[in-house]
Design a protein around this ligand. Structure first.
Ligand SMILES: NC(=O)c1ccc[n+]([C@@H]2O[C@H](COP(=O)([O-])OP(=O)(O)OC[C@H]3O[C@@H](n4cnc5c(N)ncnc54)[C@H](OP(=O)(O)O)[C@@H]3O)[C@@H](O)[C@H]2O)c1
Length: 249
């Protein structure tokens, strides 16, 4: 894996991040990018072997990662995440809610299970994690939450009604939470990418030419941009589209 990240002068030394879905794809790139800029990272997903691969890549940047297996559609597992951050690192400054699944079909063919499975992770899992991590993020004094939504969190596409609904739910929670925790100096962002070159897209759209997709490292760079700035300006939401897509489309 050939990954090059921007190095930010106001880096993340001394900071601790939780990255969910860190076993592959966008989450892996975000975890490596944060570590490359000095953060210690708790790597969360259900598959330990993939988390260990990410941890090795984190180590290659000179950074530190700890694997934590959890099914984030399960409330009890979500509770273990801040506990693990406290146990291993003693603090928490950044929460990146990246874990997500895409179940695609025409709306008429979608099942109750498709709906429940999508919402259980994409919306409810992020809700649980935000709720459980808030006390530690408050203690940080300058916390960040970055929710990886999607272009489908602000638009609708054929065959993506259920996925899109779950990402719209995530967006609603993000907006409300940002106001609730402003007083605690916690900044809450949403990233809304178009198609990214990951396993999720390879499985859902095997017809797509992967060379025209956004690279996971480019999403990681956007996250780094958000969490390495603490000035008078805030960017609430970043829309990231494929360069060949319609500008402002
Ligand atoms: N790829 C795109 O085009 C694209 C575009 C816009 C937004 N996004 C969003 O970006 C995020 C990452 O997508 P990706 O493309 O990188 O997907 P991916 O390659 O399928 O990776 C998803 C990650 O989430 C983890 N995960 C899945 N279910 C989980 C669960 N129940 N509990 C804990 N972890 C779980 C997976 O590991 P395990 O299965 O081992 O748990 C994996 O590490 C998602 O929220 C997705 O909606 C993706």
């Amino acid at each position: 894996m050939d990954i090059r990240f921007s190095q930010y002068s106001n880096g993340l030394q001394g900071k601790v991040a939780v990255v969910t879905g860190a076993g592959r794809g966008i989450g892996r790139a975000i975890a490596i990018g944060l570590a490359a800029n000095g953060a210690k990272v708790l790597l969360v997903s259900r598959t330990l072997s993939q988390l260990k691969e990410t941890r090795e890549l984190v180590r290659q940047t000179g950074g530190e990662g700890v694997c934590h297996v959890a099914d984030l559609s399960c409330e009890a597992d979500c509770r273990t995440v801040p506990e693990a951050a406290r146990e291993h690192f003693g603090r928490l400054d950044l929460l990146v809610n990246n874990a997500g699944i895409g179940i695609y079909s025409p709306l008429e063919e979608a099942t109750a299970s498709d709906w429940d499975t999508s919402f259980a992770l994409n919306a409810r899992g992020a809700f649980f994690l935000c709720r459980e991590c808030l006390p530690m993020l408050r203690s940080s004094g300058a916390g960040f939450i970055v929710n990886i939504s999607s272009v489908t969190g602000v638009k609708g596409y054929e065959r993506q009604a259920v996925y899109s609904a779950s990402k719209h739910a995530l967006m609603g929670m993000t907006k409300a939470l940002a106001r609730e925790v402003q007083k605690d100096n916690i900044r809450v962002h949403a990233l809304c990418p178009g198609g990214v070159d990951t396993e999720m897209v390879a499985q859902a759209r095997p017809d797509l030419d992967r060379s025209i997709l956004i690279k996971p490292e480019e999403i990681a760079d956007a996250v780094l941009f958000l969490v390495t700035r603490r000035g008078h300006a805030v960017i609430d939401q970043l829309d990231i589209r494929r360069a060949i897509g319609t500008p402002w489309g």
